[in-house]
Each structure stands twice: as structure tokens, then as C-alpha cells.
Write a protein that binds this ligand. Sequence first.
Ligand SMILES: Cc1ncc(COP(=O)(O)O)c(C=O)c1O
Length: 389
Amino acid sequence: MRPSLLECGRCARAHDASVPQSLCAACGKPLLARYDLEAAAPSMRPGVLRRTDLWRYLPVLPVAEESEIVTLGEGWTPLLESPPLAHWAGLRRCLVKDEAGNPTGSFKARGMAVATAAARALGIAEVFVPSAGNAAGALAAYAARAGLRATVAMPEDAPEPNRLECRAAGAETLLVRGTIADAAAALRDRFRGSPAFDLSTMREPYRVEGKKTMGYEIFEQLGRLPDWIVYPCGGGTGVVGMWKAFDEMERLGWIGSARPRMAIVQSEGCAPLVRAFEQGKEEASPVPDPSTCAAGLRVPSAIGDFLVLRAVRASGGRAVAVPEAEILEATRAFFASSGIAACPEGGAALAGLRRLRACGHVGAEDQVVLFNTASGLKYPDVLEAALRV
Ligand SMILES: Cc1ncc(COP(=O)(O)O)c(C=O)c1O
């Protein structure tokens, strides 16, 4: 159903959901979609949901009816148990939410499916996004599917499969020197005064809605919420989305007030959220010279930083940074021990989980869901490097 309003995540000011909106008009922070959950509740019961993609949660997604859906078959990814992986991390059991099988090979498909559907329903014809790589690939594909014109910009050293998939899907593809922040600046210059719509992370409210479906899926697949969710964090859309999903699930009567602990993992080469967490800050300071082989984690500053930090703290979770050598080692171990095509971001999450276990934050008996957010096959250079360690 369409949201009844969009609410600022910082100052709670309400915005009209029937027109395209970016950031809060009062304080410039991200907007979050709010639904009439009482009206949604009868059709949002696990036994009643029938589709086997993320659109099974249509009553809490921002399109009015099935005809507005844009889909390539995203979501409802497997939750896989791996005893050797659990052993490697020092746990009795470990479940992997494997997002590699999504269209375009990453969980960015979830956000872009929902954002392009909402954009088209709102009458938008042209969209653009700065990206570390995977979001650009996902937007290129979903814009092609939705009949929207798309421009993407990413660092010139983004993984080659990302650069290729964008061009192949027909998006205008800009490569910039620097990071995703420089890609964003280039696009804003280019589209200043244009009706083209900015789909940057959390600058519009609907990519979070796509990502929140991971929270609903974990609950449905497990029959409960886990003790920990371990997530490789860049802009933080997934954390904000899942945290929002748990809140909605409580109000829909699916769960009580208990929540999983949310652990976010970043690379030591770019760990703004981890540093803010350690320093007790509500917002993160930008990293001047970010560097990591896990391209999706090379996000020097995140506009939703305060929402991520709020969720991690409220859950009793942790934030941990891991060195590059451990990311490579863990990516290889992830793939080889489980058969799951681990990406370096997934490897970072596994390395972070092992650290959290080693220092006793995560207990050996805790039930953990670890995210593999993309297919490792989108990172041939990193896999080569991982095989050399
Ligand atoms: C594979 C992968 N994992 C994790 C992330 C970080 O995601 P989020 O923005 O939800 O923190 C990205 C972002 O580009 C990514 O591509």
C-alpha cells in the first residue's frame, strides 16, 4: 500500500508521500515511510503471504497494487546453515543469509526494485545514483526493467563487473576519480535543476523499504528472530531497514519487544561508524582517505549514520573494524568452507563475527545470522588476491 506519510528520522516532521520527496525539508535528514499498519495487518500474516519474492510483503511496500511492481525475481534468498563456517567463527551454529542469488548478484537489487517501482508510480521518468558499484548495477537493470532513463556514477576503480553491467543494461555510466562521495558530487553538479530524481542511499525513502524485507524474511525462514545479525556496513540501509521491519513486525503482532543484537562490520581502512560507536557519538565524522578491497564498504560518510548507530545501540549490538588481511582470509575461508560465493563484504562480516566471538561479545551458543551481501564472482580481482593469502 502507499505510505500514509513520510516521517523524518531525526525531527519526525511529516511529509506528503503522494509526491516525490528527498530529505526532510526542515532538517535535511532521511525520511522513513509510515503505513497504516492496522489496515495492513489482515493481509500481512505469515500464513497468508504467497509470493516467493520480496513482493510477498506488498502491504508494507510503497506501491498500491501488483500492477505497479517492478521485478526481476529479487528477495526470498536462502538462509543456509554451514557447520564448517560456524566452526571457523567459533560457534556451534551459524546461518548465512546469502544475498548472492539476487538479480544483479547483490542485495542492492532489493532496494532498487522497490525504489524504481515507487519512482515510476510517482511519475518520475529519469533517475540517477552514485554508487560503490553494486547499487549502480542494480539501478541499471531495474531502470531498464521499469522503462526509466538512468545515469550512474562510480569510482573508476569500482569492480569491472559493475562497470560492465551498467553499460550493458543501458545506463549512462560515469567513472570518477575518488570515492562514492566524489561520484555523488559529480552527479549533483550534472543534474542540478533537472527533474531527474536522485536515488542516493537514504536520500529517498524507498530503497530502505526494499532492504527491510531482509528482516521479514529472516523471521519467516527461522520461525523467530536470531540472537545476532552480523552485517557488513557501508551506508547502512540494510541495518536501518531491518530495524524498521522489526518495529513494524511488532506492531503487526508478529513479534514482541525482543530484538536481535545488530553487529555492524567495517574495514579498518574505512570505519566511520565503528569509530563513532566507540567514541559514543551520535553521528560519524567523514573518513578523509578511505581504502578497502570490499568496495561496498568504501563509504566515507553516511547520511543515515545516526539511524544506524541508534539501531546498533538500542539492540545492545556492537560495531567492529577488521584489517584488510583478515577480510581476504575470511573471504576465502567463507567460500571454501561453505560453498557460498562469498564477496569481500561478506568476508569482512565473517572476520568481524570471529572477532566478536573471540572477545566474548557473541557466545558460542548464540544463534547468529551472518550476511553475504553479494556474489564473490563480481570481484574477480579480490578473489585472486584472496587465493594468494
Ligand atoms: C556487497 C555490498 N555489501 C555491503 C554494502 C553496504 O551496504 P549498506 O549501504 O546497506 O550498508 C554494499 C554497498 O555498496 C555492497 O555493495
